[in-house]
Design a protein around this ligand. Structure first.
Ligand code: BES
Ligand code: ZN
Length: 636
């Protein structure tokens, strides 16, 4: 029997989500809750081949061995399935998996067909399961699986052991896990992972027991008994050490990185406490962080129980710590209440960006938070410009991604326009009322998919409550469905950067920032300066700025990037060696893609530099980083 929410009205949707699960003797554990699926048209995921209303995966059990020589993970995936009576077929997502066989739990082989692959989505994997509701897939991932990056010992901090990590969001996990890879189809999961000695495997789930050693390998076990979106399944394998940060927080990283990482992350437990005070109990047990090698393509990734982080956030002074607040906030926005499809990505990232500034405010104070909001407004305006201006279709919060890789539509609009929208509501209704609503939103939609229409219905029911004047003031529909920035935007506080903004104007007429002031400025203030000065600069002035404040090799990578970005835009030759080092020593997409793109698009000055650097840099970049850059520069 398929359990789903068939209600037409969003109000009923909310009410239905607390149904008690049916006990299903033919399925996994009888008591296991099956997460709800939304049935409204706006919850149809155009980035998955699955037809979850006919047959859906409810639980996934992996038993995989990690083969560094072959660059493959292989073994079995056992799926528990919930299907409509009489349905004998299930469709999974498959991008390049090498499938050996598929069988029912009793060992009987099942027929299957891999359909025509789509460039972005991969292929539908159609399995004739008949009456079986538990199936076992024996398979391997391909060596070029898009979710996985295999690092040689030389590409790690310790230089002695290889390393493997995954990045599932948005639609990459189908390259190593045969399941229905759609954020609206939540699954519980467990895994047994066999790795060569002396490596350690960590995953985005509580570990079960201690590793079992057999011969030259060790097997680690994990179990996630809460239903999660499959993009949140993640693995890291390497020479890993752990250090406790607080009662339920800790850091995993290579031994050589442990001291630095633990020092930078020292406020983590405080942040969890602050987040719980705002949004209710932290529901995932432990909150650990894995600080990855510099190839990690993102700043962070909110894998449940184990946030993945770039080592480039380490500045020595905790100045990039809002990244931790951000990934932690996803434990509510994203991991509890999850965008049903990538069109509603703003519900994950906009809410998280808003919540980040609230956690930052609680831990580091209102001025730090207000400065971040102000920087966020600049990023929002830039994102509007880059996405077609005030009329650009991709400047809407809910976007149309059909036929595209969701990655291409996931811009700062979701993050910064989303956050600005929520802050506008907060200021209109008052903080107490808004906080109560947001906490309630997470409680009402925990472990469930959410859509923009569900958001609108929920906020109308629980916050607006029929108040026509408030409804008009909030402009809810304009925010989510119209391009550009609605007129009721709550402005950022112009006073928070007053001193820096004066220095920005002075620089425009040739005056360098005061050395003593610069030394006192926070990273946010320095970033404001670098992102607010004219993009086109006289080369000698830019060079003097860079030299005066050591910007091309700044210890804070956000600052270093902001300066190198200006350097490329102004063809600053003396910055090229530092630029080259930056591109060759880390692979964070947000840093390397804009720099390499700007170089590649400058045929005379930049392109030869890009052509020289990229072939050497590419081996340390993750597939999600190289994908876009290859198109510009070519893979070799
Ligand atoms: N979930 C995202 C990363 C992501 C988004 C991966 C879309 C793949 C597709 C993560 O939480 C994130 O937003 N990271 C940011 C952090 C920043 C906004 C503080 C990043 O990596 O830059
Ligand atoms: Zn995020």
């Amino acid at each position: 029997m398929l359990r789903m929410i068939a209600a037409a009205s969003a109000l009923m949707l909310a009410a239905c989500q607390v149904e008690t699960p049916a006990t299903k003797p033919d399925s996994v554990t009888a008591a296991q809750a099956i997460a709800p699926i939304l049935t409204t048209p706006d919850a149809v995921d155009v980035h998955s081949h699955a037809k979850p209303l006919d047959a859906r995966v409810t639980h996934l059990a992996l038993d995989l061995a990690v083969d560094f020589a072959a660059k493959r993970v292989g073994g079995t995936a056992t799926l528990d399935i919930d299907a409509k009576p009489g349905v004998g077929t299930i469709i999974l997502d498959d991008k390049g998996l090498e499938i050996e066989k598929i069988a029912a739990a009793d060992g009987q082989a099942l027929r299957f067909k891999v359909g025509t692959p789509d460039e972005h989505l991969g292929a539908p994997l159609e399995i004739a399961m008949g009456a079986a509701r538990k199936i076992v897939i024996t398979y391997k991932s391909a060596p070029d699986a898009g979710a996985l990056q295999w690092l040689t010992p030389a590409q790690t901090a310790g230089k002695r052991q290889p390393y493997l990590f995954s990045q599932g969001q948005a639609i990459e996990n189908r390259t190593w896990i045969p399941t229905q890879d759609s954020p609206g189809i939540r699954q519980t999961w467990e895994a047994k992972i066999t790795v060569p000695q002396p490596l350690t495997a960590v995953m985005s789930a509580p570990k079960v027991g201690e590793p079992a050693t057999t011969g030259r390998s060790r097997q680690f076990a994990f179990k996630m008994d809460k239903p999660v979106a499959p993009y949140l399944i993640a693995i890291g394998v390497g020479d890993l050490a752990f250090r406790k940060l607080g009662p339920r927080t800790g850091v995993w990283t290579e031994p050589a990185m442990l001291d630095k990482a633990a020092a930078e992350l020292a406020d983590t437990e405080k942040m969890v406490v602050a987040a719980e005070a705002l949004y209710g109990p932290y529901q995932w047990g432990r909150y650990d962080l894995l600080v990855l090698p510099p190839s990690f393509p993102f700043g962070g990734m909110e894998n449940p129980t184990l946030t993945f982080l770039t080592p480039t956030f380490i500045a020595g002074d905790k100045s990039n710590n809002s990244l931790i607040a951000h990934e932690l906030a996803h434990s509510w926005s994203g991991n509890l209440a999850t965008n049903a499809t990538w069109s509603d990505f703003w519900l994950n990232e906009g809410m998280t960006t808003y919540a980040t500034t609230r956690i930052v405010e609680a831990v580091y104070g209102p001025k730090v938070a207000a400065q971040q909001i102000s920087l966020g407004h600049d990023d929002m305006r830039k994102a509007v410009e880059e996405n077609g201006g005030a009329a650009g279709a991709d400047t809407r919060l809910r976007i149309d991604l059909k036929g595209r890789n969701p990655d291409d539509g996931l811009t700062d609009i979701a993050y910064e326009k989303g956050a600005a929208f929520l802050r506008t509501i907060e200021i209109a209704v008052g903080r107490a009322a808004f906080d109560a609503w947001l906490k309630g939103w997470f409680a009402r939609h925990q472990f469930a998919p959410v859509t923009t229409s569900l958001f609108l219905a929920d906020i109308r029911q629980h916050l607006v409550k029929g108040d026509a004047a408030l409804e008009a003031k909030l402009m809810l529909d304009a925010w989510v469905n119209q391009p550009g920035i609605p007129a009721n935007l709550a402005p950022a506080d112009p006073a928070v950067f007053a001193e820096v903004d004066t220095a920005v104007s002075a620089f425009g007429s040739g005056t360098m920032p005061d050395t003593i002031a610069w030394a006192r400025w926070t990273t946010a203030e320095r970033l404001r300066f670098l992102t607010r000065i004219d993009r086109k600069q006289p080369v000698d002035r830019l060079e003097a700025l860079g030299r005066g404040f050591g910007l091309a090799r700044a210890g804070n990578n956000e600052l270093r990037f902001a300066f190198l970005d200006l350097a490329v835009a102004n063809r600053l030759d003396p910055a090229v060696p530092a630029l080259e080092d930056f591109l060759l020593t880390q692979g964070r997409r947000k840093f390397v893609r804009p720099l390499l793109t700007a170089l590649a698009e400058d045929p005379q000055w930049g392109r030869p530099i890009a052509l020289r650097i990229y072939p050497r840099a590419r081996p340390i970049y993750h597939p999600v980083t190289t994908r876009g850059i290859d198109k510009l520069i070519g893979p070799s």
